[in-house]
Write a protein that binds this ligand. Sequence first.
Ligand code: C2E
Ligand code: MG
Ligand code: MG
Length: 758
Amino acid sequence: MAILKRNLWTLFGVILLFGLVLLGTVLFFRWQGIVSDEEQYQTARVELVAQSVGSILRTQELVLDVIGRELLNQNDMLSGTRQIPFLDSILAVNPVLVGFGLARPDGTLVRVSTNLDLVSLPNLRSDPATRESFMQALSSESMVLGRTYFVDAMGAWVIPIRKAIRSEAGEVIAVMTAGMRLDGANSVFSKTLHDGASDNVMLLRETDGYVQFMSAEGVAPQQYSQIRVPRDEREKNRAGFEQELGISVEEVMRAGESVVVRTRQRGDDYLTAAIYNKRYELWTISETRFAPLYREFFESLLQYVLAFLVVGAAFYKGFRIIDSAEKKRRQELSYLSRHDDLTGLLNRTGLLDRLADLLPEKKPFCLVVVNIDNFKGINDRFGLETGDETLLAFSRRLGELVESRDDLARLSGDEFAIVTPNIDLEAVEEACVSLASELSRTFEVGRLKLHVTASIGVACFPDHGDSLSKVIRSAHLALYEAKQSRNDVCTYRTEMEMAYLRRLSVEQRLRYGLASGSLYMVYQPQVNEAQKTVGLEALVRWQDEELGFVSPAEFVEVAEKSGLMVPLGRFVVETSIREYSLLRDVIGRSIDLAINISVIQFRQPDFVDTVLKALEVHDVSPGELVLEITESLFMSDFDKVLKTIERLRDYGIRISMDDFGTGYSSLSLLRKLPLDELKIDKSFVDTILEDEKAANMIRSIIAIAQSHSMELVAEGVEQEAQVRALTEMGCRRFQGYYFSRPQAVDSLKADLALANSG
Ligand code: C2E
Ligand code: MG
Ligand code: MG
């Protein structure tokens, strides 16, 4: 079916061709039918005419023979000349005959019917008009027909008939002669044997080619001599007939059966049927012109062609309808395959097609990739429907903001692209910045008022990539950078390429590192105001054979983005708890073990169980464990996170908010969250001495912690003065190089055991 649809017009062509062949075949048989009907009609007619002519002539021959013999039976019949009234009575009953005469073999008429004047009658043997047939009659056993001629005495056209009367020895005693009337009411042959102007029936004499009788439109006996076919022409015609018939004319004459041939005469085609009468050497010929047949055929042809055209047109119309429906369907499919269902914008394929048009002409353009920040959070919190509506509202606003000459597309779930011919990077960046700020206006989705932000990456063709895939990649690298740096807009720079390659190799080596054991844990002590170690923060380390030392800040992020965070997190939890348990045995007292937990780990359904299991296996009580989380955790489904936190706390595990003060909505979050500890971020501690703002920030964090009865830890303490300042503000717990760098478990064992004993 699909093949047919694709080759619709070929199919139409085939049907048309088939129709033409069918039309040709039908017409061919129609023509054959017309001709064969005509042949049958001609044959039947010629046979009928020949038969009746034969029987008339036979009758007349009998009449001549009987009368002749009757006359000879009378005495002295051949002497003197006389009119015989008895003959008149025979004429009266046989009106086709116009007169009787009995002639001696020397040609002298001796007895005649009374309507003939004996004096004016010529000698039949010497008169040129009668001589030939008379001589023929003398030598013939049967009746002989003379040429049709006009008898002045009777004012009539007649066919002379003569029959020799023989003695028993076969000697000719006399010749009985009569005339058969050709015109008038008593004509021997009907003048209406023919059928219209194109048709004729005739009797043709074999001996001299003269017409004996003819039934044709407008042909009277006067014309017979003109129609005569001369001998040489007859011979020529016969050669043609013989070739067509496949038998000789002699055979046809001998057989006495009808034949049909096509002839060409006087510039016209004829169908000719003929049958030969041997006895009277007479052809009965029926001729009809092909013209009426052509006309009949032409009428059929017109009808068939008309029907063909009507059916063909109907088919054509049908095919046009199918074709246009198919074209429309293809266009729709093509449209659908190039457009996004939800927003109606171009999709990735559609955009690639559009860009592919620009590439060969090397027309420069800028590709702007817009990605909604943390769109997953909206889906998780409000459901997919709200997510879709947000996307729609976002795409509409985007559509209003881009210029009409630009192409707008939705590349994937929360990612859009703008292609603009504007290649003035500064202008594009400026436009993107205002675009980002416009997009960050509140969206009203149903009853919700959503605040959405977007990150934007910009790359240009051909400066930032000489192929489509390169430009797209460059724009994505810029987008990645924008997300990382929390800038709204980033334009591609070559360093991003390096960073990307670095990330790739970090990811690759980390995968290997997790399997080969090149990762290990170090622990940074947390001390109280008496500088006694009261806790440890577990920090992961990685010394790779190829990359050397890689900072956790770098590879943890790579792990989070590449699916490696789950195994990495499992390693961290398992190793830290195990090593802590050994350390505790050595130092002989429990302290806090703080482990950093990534969002990804937190989202694992079996996360709580994994932690509990590790605690159980290594005989560490949940009360000794602190899990450090960051605010990014609450960007995803808040309720779910809250439930996990509550579950952990139910077991007695404490939750600490790491890097507090650097996130988005710290204060509002705190009110809703059951936290046990806040960690003041190193960035505030760093500037506490010189920056009043930082000092104020720390003061308010401490106040919040105190009001919510939360533990406080100051991170990144490097100087004594910072310790003093923090202590003054009310902070009682510290972590930083000032007290100790993160250390391997073995060196810690020694330090802490020493401190214990000291
Ligand atoms: P963080 O959780 O805030 O960890 C504290 C970071 O501050 C550690 O860096 C630590 O070495 C550093 N630090 C502590 N005191 C000082 C100081 O006085 N001066 C300076 N300059 N730095 C100090 P580190 O180990 O490089 O870790 C960086 C970040 O990587 C961590 O920040 C944490 O977010 C992440 N990370 C480290 N280990 C893990 C881990 O096992 N799991 C997870 N999920 N994240 C980890
Ligand atoms: Mg931490
Ligand atoms: Mg921190």
